[in-house]
Design a protein around this ligand. Structure first.
Ligand SMILES: *[C@@H]1O[C@H](CO)[C@@H](O)[C@H](O)[C@H]1NC(C)=O
Ligand SMILES: *[C@@H]1O[C@H](CO)[C@@H](O)[C@H](O)[C@H]1NC(C)=O
Ligand SMILES: *[C@@H]1O[C@H](CO)[C@@H](O)[C@H](O)[C@H]1NC(C)=O
Ligand SMILES: *[C@@H]1O[C@H](CO)[C@@H](O)[C@H](O)[C@H]1NC(C)=O
Ligand SMILES: [Fe+2]
Length: 668
């Protein structure tokens, strides 16, 4: 007895390159049987961009409930093998006699398919957890998909002790769904270009000013940096409102290795205040670059360069300024490791602050930027692809935030971070530094530091109206957190559903096994724990990246404010430097220009970037999802407006965390 016929339409996505010359075979899979493959492309039916190819499928025996559509592409001889972007397949069961009560089932695809993929199965219906999968065949399909993905996407150690990365040797191995093209705005490198062979120190500040005038004059923040970089208040400002707001923390007691006494610091505190008192009141802050202690420094242009591991104490005064009051350049106290003070001769104090900024640059690039956003995104991306099937609600929520990281990181490891790359040739942290620093920093990063409210309160930044990073970060965290919470609640109907989700726990285990070790949750017990964890991941890939990435050029363009390498060792005594000496610490002309050119490239958002919590994927157009999106997008717009309003009143705006400028994922 034959089953009823099906009218099937195959929809190709509309983009100009979505079509393919290849043939398409299709079969329908029901709970009770399946149809043999039938060729969709025939006669006048081609997989052209935006096309709808119809095909009638007749089952020779009843299929039962229709649950999967299987597709396979076949290269047509003498035609190029092109990738095909399939939007969806729609199936309409023709009921005997009465067409009206039959309904259309949609099998979403929304991705690139290739002949090499072999059989690809599309499912219909909603996202769901494994335990809600009623069809045995769909449970098996989830499992098959994961097995397939785990063969394709494997872990690789990049640096021992740091989060692992994807195991590919070239970008093409990632396949079309994990690649993307970025349209970058043109940057003008014309005036930086001519210095590529000038291997010598800058001769004077006026030379630096010349370069600056030609290349950075339109950048208001960079101009402000150049005008105020020597001033103590602006040093403190940068710890809170600059490109690396992750180092500063409040301290209630003096670090044991910083050899200062209250008497030494009394002149830099307000009349009648003691250090003990200010410590107790929470007015003393610390920058501690211990992670750099003893790491090997790079050799650049055949010259040894130097790193230091400074400790810097700052005081929050009654005017709300954060002022540095003591700097010790190395961790271990001793006679050759003096504590520099604001009362020291001008150049001693200035140079000490430059050493701190040079240490900060290394930590900013490798820890705050590369490790905490790029590597974090890749860790999450690889685990998600391996452990959460497409039908899992967290797969769909997370992937848009993490999938661009593979391409950008594979590229960075092959260029920026490779032999003859930027770090090797121009930065104080070279190829020997990188593994040491990344593994040490990974061991220190705790789960709490990734959760904005905990991180800010642990560091005493939440109470500071002067910290625009903290204020903006908290608002964005809250908006993303409430969105993620609603998403989690939509699919997990109780905490027990969380505990019973084996896919979720395999995912978490994969992240823990290949990621960080410090205080990360080992199991999820509640929906709230899941929502917080996912929020921390999304925040790291979007807002945090925007805060540490887009700001870098602004603060680095005036080279003395951000020495990327130091060519002489840290001073071991006071009164040892003159104005001319300052220049001799800075990197050579050609390395400086090389770094500035690279930062230029990194500092502009792509023209086609996707803003935070906006999604192009079809799955987000589902009604329930759309409602959640409308809510979070409205909240983010309100935050943008409030930030714009605030910034319009400021001489020095803090624009980096304005949601409309935040990219949804790490893509540069
Ligand atoms: C600087 O110039 C020297 C000599 O031409 C060259 O070996 C070196 O690679 C250059 N450095 C950079 C970062 O371009
Ligand atoms: C951070 O920036 C804002 C706005 O310019 C400013 O009011 C605040 O004082 C800054 N913080 C510090 C510590 O300077
Ligand atoms: C602090 O100083 C002691 C010696 O005074 C030294 O053994 C220790 O390693 C130092 N700590 C750090 C983090 O350098
Ligand atoms: C990172 O910053 C650079 C320059 O500051 C910019 O060109 C790049 O687009 C930024 N990347 C992202 C993803 O925002
Ligand atoms: Fe980046």
């Amino acid at each position: 007895i034959g089953g009823s016929p099906f009218e099937v339409t195959v929809h190709t996505s509309p983009g100009p390159t979505c079509g393919t010359f290849s043939h398409l075979w299709l079969s329908l899979i029901g709970s009770e049987g399946e149809t043999p493959p039938i060729r969709v492309t025939d006669g006048n039916s081609h997989l052209l961009p935006g096309s709808v190819c119809p095909v009638r499928v007749q089952a020779s025996s009843p299929l039962g409930r229709l649950i999967l559509v299987r597709l396979r592409l076949e290269v047509q001889t003498r035609f190029p093998n092109l990738d095909w972007h399939c939007s969806r397949v729609e199936v309409w069961r023709v009921s005997k006699g009465q067409g009206s009560d039959s309904e259309t089932q949609v099998f979403l695809c929304d991705r690139w398919l290739r002949p090499a993929d072999g059989d690809v199965e599309l499912r219909s219906g909603k996202l769901c957890l494994l335990e809600e999968e009623i069809e045995e065949k769909l449970k098996q399909q989830r499992l098959r998909q994961l097995q397939h993905q785990q063969q394709l996407i494997r872990w690789r150690i990049f640096v021992g002790g740091a989060p692992q990365c994807v195991d590919v040797n070239s970008l093409s191995e990632l396949g079309p769904n994990l690649l993307y093209t970025q349209k970058s705005p043109a940057t003008n490198l014309y005036y930086l270009n001519g210095f590529t062979t000038r291997v010598e120190s800058w001769k004077s500040f006026s030379e630096l000013e010349m370069i600056f005038t030609y290349s950075a004059q339109q950048n208001d923040i960079a101009r402000f940096v150049k005008a105020h970089w020597m001033e103590d208040w602006y040093f403190g400002y940068q710890c809170l409102n600059g490109s690396n707001p992750l180092m500063l923390r409040e301290t209630r007691h003096l670090p044991p290795n910083l050899s200062v006494t209250s008497d030494m610091l009394r002149p830099f505190l307000p009349e009648g205040c003691s250090l003990e008192n200010e410590l107790q009141k929470g007015n003393i802050y610390l920058l501690d670059y211990e992670v750099l202690d003893g790491v090997p420094a790079n050799v650049i242009n055949e010259k040894q360069t130097y790193l230091s591991a400074p400790l810097c104490l700052l005081h929050l005064n009654q005017q709300g300024q954060l002022l540095p009051i003591a700097i010790q350049l190395q961790q271990k106290p001793g006679p050759q490791n003096p504590v520099f003070l604001p009362s020291d001769s001008g150049y001693d104090w200035l140079l000490a602050k430059m050493w701190v900024h040079s240490a900060d640059f290394q930590c900013h690039q490798l820890i705050s930027h590369y490790l905490r956003t790029h590597m974090m995104a890749e860790l999450c991306c690889v685990a998600t692809l391996r452990q959460l099937p497409d039908a899992h609600p967290l797969h769909q929520l997370l992937l848009p935030h993490v999938k661009t990281s593979l391409k950008i990181n594979v590229g960075a490891r092959a260029s920026l971070l490779a032999s003859k790359g930027l770090f090797d040739q121009a930065v104080g942290s070279g190829l020997e530094t990188l593994p040491v620093l990344l593994s040490r920093a990974s061991a220190k990063i705790s789960y709490r530091t990734l959760c904005v409210p905990e991180d800010l309160s642990d560091r005493g930044l939440d109470k500071l109206p002067q910290s625009f990073y903290a204020q903006d970060a908290l608002r964005i965290w809250d908006a993303v957190h409430s969105f993620v919470t609603s998403w989690v609640d939509l699919y997990y109907h109780g905490d027990d559903a969380v505990q019973r989700d084996p896919e979720l726990h395999c995912w978490l285990t994969d992240i823990n096994t290949h990621g960080f070790s410090n205080g990360f949750p080992q199991r999820f017990h509640t929906r709230a724990e899941v929502a917080k964890f996912v929020t921390a991941l999304i925040y790291s890939c979007s807002a945090l990246h925007a805060a540490v990435n887009f700001s870098q050029l602004d603060f680095a363009f005036w080279v003395p404010n951000c020495p990327v390498a130091m060519l002489r060792p840290p001073p071991q005594a006071k009164c040892a430097v003159t104005e001319d000496d300052i220049m001799s610490f800075l990197p050579d002309v050609n390395t400086t220009c090389r770094v500035l050119m690279a930062l230029n490239g990194l500092s502009q958002p792509a023209i086609n970037f996707v803003p935070l919590c906006h999604y192009k994927e079809a799955i987000f157009r589902d009604d329930a999802h759309r409602r959640l999106l409308e809510e979070v997008q409205a909240q983010l717009r309100a935050i943008s407006d409030a930030i714009a309003e605030r910034n319009s009143q400021l001489e020095l705006p803090y624009p980096y965390l304005s949601p409309e400028r935040i990219e949804n994922s790490v893509a540069i």
